[in-house]
Design a protein around this ligand. Structure first.
Ligand code: BG6
Length: 489
């Protein structure tokens, strides 16, 4: 990865600066970067939106957003530095003629323009046209875009084609905020810096792998977006498949973007298609009903504000995924993700194979397998479950399960753990594309997801109900039980 030296002063232009994504995530992350002195002194933040705000007005909205979403006191001296970077331009994003105004603030000669499209993809076309027409872009300019990049392969291609008319692939930074999470990045270190995980990271030693991304939250006022999207497209097409590629890929030649993208694409290409012929055994769709979370009653999906009572959109998905390559032959990956689940938990559990013969029958009739548990959030860390002799001289040799526990907050006390956005914004400002998605990756992921979506449309079954606060529908337990396995709870 490129280091800090490659940095050149940047103008970060946020299109949709007054919108939800900008207020909840981007401005908060930028403030946190400021607080940690990670923003270069000459970086400027230019908000663009259609409302008639002034520079002080935008600063005020930013301040209010921090009060609302930072979960910490605003530090006055940090705010003073941060607010000095902020400015605002009113542009109706649908009107290409209005982008001319960017010339008032953008200095093309000595600064790099980083355009963050924090808006719905329906506006991408007019933003691209406006930017092109205004002549404000240079070869060094970059554009950052967020998921959803389409809702299937065809629409994703349309968006990418539109963007490609103005930005070449090297200028495009496609964000999946999970790739900025400390623990997702740590998968590279865990796998490729530790010899104990190199020789046995394959079908000879591993029985199966589980990836869980459980959320406590429900729809949070996003019913309209979510109901058209569903958990498969909202979470699995991107975040879970990205985690899967990091776990399953071959060692990249180096940490450059191209090497990593190439290995990830190979994994996506090797995913065995889920079609109408096998969707019944390999997939579970669920939808939450009313229930309790941490003792508090919460409504079901169909009772959420603005809900269409007939909706059959899934808020939970579980899949058995097979990867058809040498390394992962006969090693299933079980993926599950859902809203309103028992608690927020993102983790990967690697189950190693059972040993062929048990000489410790006094302690265990069946020796439990070693497990590697990677906690991505919360309580970031890594645990290895091992069997150990119970100390004592008067006992026959007895063994017991124990854990080697590496908690990041304990081991790295001085280092703060940031969310994904801080890291990715920093990388985009530094011009390092390694942690962003290539067009090919996104399209390959859609190809695989489209087949599942088509199978579901064909089968046309209502999602299985699960009570809010549970671990998902019973069918999800059955998905593993069929293979003689159980979910990590
Ligand atoms: C977003 C999804 O990409 O990720 C949301 O659109 C989801 O529906 C969120 O809640 C989860 O992110 P995190 O970082 O809280 O796990």
């Amino acid at each position: 990865m490129k280091d800090k030296k490659a940095y050149k002063p940047c103008d970060l232009v946020i299109f949709g600066a007054l919108g939800d994504l900008s207020r909840r995530k981007l401005l908060i992350s930028l403030y946190r970067l400021e607080k940690s002195s990670l923003l270069e002194p000459d970086t400027r933040i230019i908000g663009v939106d259609r409302h008639a705000e002034t520079n002080p007005g935008f600063a005020q909205i930013t301040h209010t957003s921090l009060q609302e979403f930072l979960n910490k006191e605003i530090d006055d001296s940090v705010w003073k530095r941060f607010s000095a970077r902020l400015s605002y331009i009113k542009i109706d994003l649908t009107q290409p003629d209005q982008y001319e105004q960017l010339h008032k603030v953008i200095d093309q000669k000595s600064r790099v323009m980083v355009n963050y499209f924090a808006v719905s993809p329906v506006l991408f076309k007019s933003i691209c046209q406006g930017l092109a027409k205004s002549g404000v872009l240079t070869e060094e300019s970059r554009m950052v875009m967020e998921k959803p990049i389409g809702h299937d392969l065809a629409s994703s291609k349309e968006i990418n084609d539109e963007v490609a008319r103005v930005f070449n692939e090297k200028q495009v930074y496609r964000i999946d905020h999970y790739l900025g999470k400390e623990t997702v990045l740590n998968l590279l270190a865990l796998r490729f810096a530790n010899s104990i995980f190199t020789t046995n990271w394959n079908h000879t030693a591993i029985d199966h792998i589980q990836i869980t991304v459980a959320e406590e939250i429900g729809i949070e006022g996003r019913w309209e977006y979510f109901d058209k999207t569903g958990q498969l497209r909202d979470m699995l097409q991107n975040h879970l498949l990205q985690i899967l590629t990091f776990i399953a890929m071959e060692p990249p030649v180096n940490l450059e973007a191209r090497s990593i993208h190439m290995e990830k694409i190979k994994v996506l290409e090797a995913l065995r298609p889920i079609t109408i012929n096998n969707a019944h055994e390999k997939t579970v769709r669920g939808q939450y009903t009313a229930g309790y979370l941490k003792g508090k009653a919460v409504p079901g999906y169909l009772e959420e504000e603005g809900a269409n009572k007939e909706s059959s959109t899934e808020s939970f998905v579980a899949l058995r995924v097979d990867i058809d390559n040498w390394r992962w032959a006969d090693v299933p990956f079980y993926l599950r993700t859902g809203k309103r689940m028992h608690n927020k938990r993102t983790e990967i559990v690697v189950y190693f194979k059972q040993l062929p013969h048990n000489i410790f029958k006094d302690s265990y009739r069946d020796l439990p397998p070693n497990r590697l548990i990677i906690h991505l959030q919360p309580n970031e860390g890594v645990e290895i479950e091992m069997l150990n002799k119970i100390p004592g001289i008067d006992e026959h040799l007895k063994i017991q399960k124990t854990k080697l526990d590496l908690s990041f907050s304990e081991a790295f006390k001085k280092n703060s753990i940031f969310g994904g956005y801080e890291k990715l914004i920093l990388e985009a400002l530094r011009g390092n594309p390694t942690l962003f998605l290539s067009r090919e990756e996104v399209e390959q992921a859609w190809t695989w997801i489209d087949s599942i979506q088509a199978a579901w449309a064909h089968i046309n079954e209502a999602p299985k109900p699960y009570a809010a606060g549970s671990w998902g529908p019973v069918a999800s337990i059955a998905l593993l039980a069929r293979d003689g396995r159980t979910w990590e709870e």
